[in-house]
Ligand binder design. Structure first.
Ligand code: MGD
Ligand code: MGD
Ligand code: SF4
Ligand code: MO
Length: 682
């Protein structure tokens, strides 16, 4: 038996180092690498079983063309030559007839690999002059908030959580979506640390916490202002840190004065004494760390909430302490030469001769049904499953059904999106191609080489876009680049965090800690200020932080609330990854549930196991009720997201979600969603 190194490519903060046990060319087991300081020898449940997916009879093996209606899923096998020729011809015709901006790429983080995620594809679409996609679907509001407040997406490294004495998991289901942080928290708690969870849902993490505050959805900004109120009132802040390294303190103090605990209690559903207790605990326990995740920025005012929460460690000076600070993302430490990979300058050589328009991926439905001058006439999807994961699904599917839309899909599985393809191409998995991996939950850069041979005729995204560039007659030398050449270009940024990291070293060591701090010393990004904002200070931005309840919430629009009295949160399912693994029966069971509180279920005559219709003005779908204490009154949960085609009514929870945008960053508002529920028999 041989052990080969790989890296889990799923969109997860943990970016695990994976050991592939291979016998006679076939993988028999995947294990977490014990030598990796964050992976620490284990994988999450979903990827421990990844070989089921890798060797599934449902893998796509050959290029195919559609023979049935769009969405029906009938296809026939064709050769790679026919597939590539058809795509090149149709894209060329579309660009000539309507201008290249009528072509829209659509991709997200199906793989976190840099080359297959944002490499040859970017070069190809830039050279073509296609519309540029603003990749907002996950973290845009949070990223904009960090940029405004800290100037950088940097945060506390996971290894330091073991030194914390108070851990606040704020909109963060650590045990479910970031499980490699958990052992550090276990270690901290063994040494007396307390874990507080702020989440409307009683998640796996909340159930394991010392305290769980079940906040009203979308009201975190009010809670953060309430904590600031108490901290300043009781003079628990670090006046020296505030004076030296922050900007806008007086305005923040003024604003917070209007948020006493009693008012905050009305706005958030958290009792006033709990607000006071959390504020005191947070400001006086040293060190205290906040694990903020992306859940709360998927609401109408999510950006402002992240800004206010991010102010807390600056107010208390917690950034100075090992095991203090806050983590939302670590991704900006990976100071790679992205421009050399993506080559935006190729846009000047396109038929447009200028940068193309930008289309927000959260508004895919609008882009396909309302956008003009020009309309979208061709859609190329890879690393994503928009038919299932994009909001306002009825609008998205109406667009995807258009017969005058030419659709190409690169996929490993016959997803809901694949069913709409004109040409469907089989893709490799992370175990089958080379790639370089950054992370958003730790500071290790990693390299993976192919551990297994691709099945059938599957090809990597890099390979497909390289071949398409050739068919389109793009002669620029960059379209002949090898994977190694692209990785060397990425590593060549000259940034000090990449000091000493070469491709050769990565090939030997597989995973290398960025030189964010000297060897064996913890990284404290803002201990001495050094914020990445134009002022160099932490920018509180109080002028943007007045709390207004989301329109779609219990304190929002009264008319909507009367018709749709339940706040629906369709957050992550513990045992899957967005729509990936949706082919598994067990996952389908979990993602077809609607958790309701007894006080909402009772008056509607709903019991566990009943079929229920969930609806609002955007759409309606059937789910199976689960009545228990996992949600508070007025809140429902549906673990997401299901493959539409597995449901009898062939749709999922995203028929209900809105394609509105967040306050900053243009992100989605999946979790600001009002619905009504009714019983529909057994
Ligand atoms: N098992 C599993 N792991 C995953 C994923 C998955 O689908 N499954 N997805 C991956 C992806 S794409 C991402 S982006 C990451 C990060 O994933 P996250 O965005 O952190 O995960 P979510 O479950 O969406 O949200 C985290 C928590 O926020 C809570 N929440 C929702 N609204 C509010 C609110 O208004 N206030 C507060 N305080 N909490 C709120 C939710 O109930 C949830 O428990 O996880 C990754 N890891
Ligand atoms: N209701 C609701 N909707 C949500 C969310 C939610 O919490 N609730 N979460 C949102 C968030 S945070 C995110 S990030 C998005 C995620 O949405 P997507 O980015 O669409 O993620 P997945 O559903 O995991 O689908 C990724 C697809 O990429 C494919 N893939 C993987 N690797 C490769 C590869 O190397 N090549 C090719 N060609 N394909 C590959 C996989 O087979 C899979 O079908 O969903 C969003 N939608
Ligand atoms: S999904 Fe996350 S936790 Fe699971 S193996 Fe991949 S990186 Fe690790
Ligand atoms: Mo995400």
């Amino acid at each position: 038996m041989e052990i080969r190194h790989s890296v889990c490519a799923l969109d997860c903060p943990d970016a695990c180092s994976v050991l592939v046990h291979v016998e006679d060319g076939r993988a028999v087991k995947l294990r977490g690498n014990p030598a990796h300081p964050v992976t620490r020898g284990f994988l999450c449940g979903k990827v421990a079983q990844y070989l089921e997916r890798q060797y599934s009879p449902e893998r796509l093996l050959y290029p195919q063309k559609r023979t049935g209606a769009k969405g029906e899923g009938r296809f026939e096998r064709i050769s790679w030559d026919e597939a590539l020729d058809t795509i090149a011809r149709r894209l060329d015709e579309t660009a000539r007839a309507h201008g290249p901006e009528s072509i829209l790429p659509y991709s997200y983080a199906g793989t976190m690999g840099l080359l297959n995620g944002a490499g040859m594809d970017r070069r190809f679409f830039h050279r073509l002059g296609a519309s540029r996609l603003d990749r907002t679907i996950c973290s845009a509001a949070g990223a904009a908030a960090l940029a405004a407040t800290l100037g950088q997406r940097l945060g506390t490294e996971p290894e330091q959580f073991k030194h914390s004495k108070l851990i606040v998991a704020w909109g963060a289901n650590i045990h479910g979506t970031n499980v490699h942080l958990w052992p550090f928290i276990v270690e901290a708690r063994r040494n007396g640390a307390k874990l507080w969870v702020i989440d409307p849902l009683r998640t796996r993490t909340a159930a394991l916490a010392d305290r769980h505050l079940a906040i009203y959805p979308g009201s975190d900004l009010a809670l953060a202002l309430g904590l600031i109120h108490v901290i300043l009132n009781e003079k628990l802040h670090d006046a020296d840190y505030v004076a030296r390294f922050t900007h806008g303190f007086d305005a923040l103090a003024d604003l917070a004065r209007a948020y006493p605990p009693e008012r905050v209690a009305t706005l958030t559903g958290i009792d006033a004494p709990d607000v006071v207790q959390l504020a005191r605990a947070y400001a006086t326990t040293r060190p205290a760390v906040i694990r903020l995740n992306y859940g709360i920025q998927r609401g109408e005012r999510g950006g402002a909430a992240i800004r206010a929460i991010t102010a807390l460690p600056a107010l208390t000076g917690s950034w100075k302490e090992i095991g203090g600070g806050l983590q939302l993302s670590t991704s900006q430490a990976f100071e790679l030469n992205r421009a050399a990979l993506e080559m935006p300058e190729l846009q000047q050589r396109s038929a447009l001769g200028r940068p193309a328009r930008i289309v927000n991926m959260t508004e895919l439905g609008k882009a396909l049904t309302e956008l003009d001058s020009p309309c979208v006439h061709a859609l190329v999807v890879y690393n994503s499953n928009p038919a299932a994961i994009a909001p306002h699904q009825n609008k998205v599917l109406r667009g995807m059904r258009r017969n005058d839309l030419f659709t190409v899909v690169l996929e490993q599985f016959q997803t809901d999106t694949a069913d709409y393809a004109d040409i469907l191409l089989p893709s490799t998995t992370f175990l089958e191609h080379s790639d370089l991996y950054f992370a958003y939950g730790h500071y290790y850069l990693q390299l993976a080489r192919p551990a297994l041979t691709p099945p059938g005729e599957a090809r990597s995204n890099v390979d497909v876009f390289r071949a398409l560039a050739e068919r389109m007659g793009f002669e620029d030398a960059c379209f002949k680049d090898t994977e190694d050449g692209m990785m060397r270009a990425l590593l060549g940024s000259g940034h000090r965090f990449l000091d000493g990291i070469t491709l050769e070293r990565l090939d030997r060591e597989h995973s290398i800690r960025l030189s964010v701090s000297p060897v064996d010393t913890p990284f404290l990004p803002f201990a001495e200020g050094a914020f990445g904002t134009p002022s160099g200070k932490c920018e509180f931005g109080a002028e943007t932080l007045e709390y207004v309840p989301p329109v779609e919430s219990r304190l929002g629009d009264a008319d909507l609330r009367r018709r749709f009295p339940i706040e629906l949160i369709s957050s992550k399912n513990d045992d899957s990854m967005n729509s990936t693994f949706g082919h598994r029966g067990s996952v389908d069971g979990q993602t077809s549930l609607l958790y309701l509180h007894t006080s909402d279920a009772g008056p509607r005559g709903i019991q566990t196991g009943d079929r229920v219709r969930v609806f609002n003005d955007r759409g309606s779908l059937m789910l199976r009720a689960e009545v228990n204490g996992g949600v508070r009154p007025g809140v429902a949960r549906s673990p997401s997201v299901r493959w539409n085609k597995r449901a009898q009514d062939r749709r999922n929870v995203n028929v209900l979600t809105s394609d509105g945008l967040t306050d900053i960053g243009g992100g989605p508002v999946f979790y600001s969603c009002l619905v009504e529920v009714e019983r529909c028999g057994d």
